[in-house]
Design a binder for this molecule. Structure first.
Ligand code: AMP
Length: 284
């Protein structure tokens, strides 16, 4: 039996493993395989097709797949954005398309100074649009890979390349001048108006939201509840339940994962005891 919906998933590269992990965390059950081009999802009306990350925008636009996971930078580069909808930002594969020049022998330190420069990039369309919008005249030199060597070998004055930490730039004697585009993995479809596509978007967004959040359980004297509730407003408001022990309550709430580090000592100072911080799997 063929599934009614095809989801295009990166078959290699940086987005492959986090994408399959996300699908599994969303409760989809499928076989791990490095060889098959497609696998059925056992518990949903879905088929996964494994394709190159940069082919995803076109495959979804053409109808080969109904929905797909790719990088926002690749969607921008494909110029198929108008025919596709971003259904969810997936919070991994974060990087930026950065402009960089040789650290020591370049005068370029702002966008205007790129005027007349040769710029090497794996994202020629995004780069061309970026400078055209600012009316800065550059020559774009397309590179398929290893953009960072372009200035060293003398074919360009600057590069526009994907970076996450910037350490590759440093290692190659380059300094960043500015950011052309921020990117992360995204879920794209031709339309969200399909029951299964909408369910998939909700399920993946629920995992993304849950990863940003922790479930917090703690005990406290009843007369400290207000102080603690001020620190942890939760989704709506904390759940407060009496304990068997007179004058004590349990407080349940959610907190931003990023806030946990700062919050724990403050909760203790506010009278929190027996504090548990637990993962959440999905949050709608
Ligand atoms: P791949 O070339 O298949 O490894 O995938 C490249 C995609 O991963 C890019 O188009 C970005 O969307 C994403 N990505 C995330 N971080 C980086 C990075 N530091 N360098 C290159 N690509 C990155």
């Amino acid at each position: 039996m063929t599934a009614s919906l095809r989801l295009a998933v990166p078959n290699k590269g940086r987005l492959k493993d986090p994408s399959t992990a996300l699908l599994r965390d969303a409760g989809l059950s499928f076989e791990s395989t490095d060889r098959a081009l497609s696998v059925p999802v056992r518990n949903a009306d879905l088929e996964l097709i494994f394709v190159r990350t940069d082919d995803v925008p076109e495959l979804v636009t053409d109808g080969v797949a109904d929905v797909g996971i790719t990088g926002y930078d690749l969607l921008a580069e494909s110029e198929l954005g108008p025919s596709l909808e971003i259904l969810a930002e997936l919070d991994y594969g974060r990087c930026r398309l950065a402009a960089a020049v040789p650290s020591h022998n370049s005068d370029i330190d702002n966008w205007e100074a790129f005027s007349g420069a040769r710029v090497a990039t794996s994202h020629p369309r995004v780069t061309g649009r970026f400078f055209a919008e600012r009316e800065i005249d550059v020559t774009v030199v397309e590179f398929k890979g290893s953009v960072e060597v372009a200035t060293k070998i003398g074919v360009a004055d600057a590069i526009i390349d994907l970076v996450s930490t910037g350490s590759t730039l440093q290692v190659n004697g380059l300094r960043a001048v500015g950011t052309v585009l921020e990117s992360q993995a995204v879920l794209v479809a031709r339309s969200r108006h399909n029951g299964t596509v909408a369910r998939l978007a909700t399920a993946l967004s629920a995992v993304v939201a849950a990863r940003r959040t922790r479930y917090l359980v703690l005990n406290a004297p009843r007369d400290r509840v207000d102080d603690i509730a001020d620190l942890v407003p939760g989704l709506r408001s904390p759940t407060v339940m009496p304990l068997q022990e007179e004058g004590m309550v349990a407080i349940h709430t959610t907190v931003a994962t990023d806030a946990v580090w700062d919050l724990l000592p403050r909760l203790e100072a506010a009278g929190g005891q027996d504090i548990l911080v637990l993962p959440i799997h999905q949050m709608i």
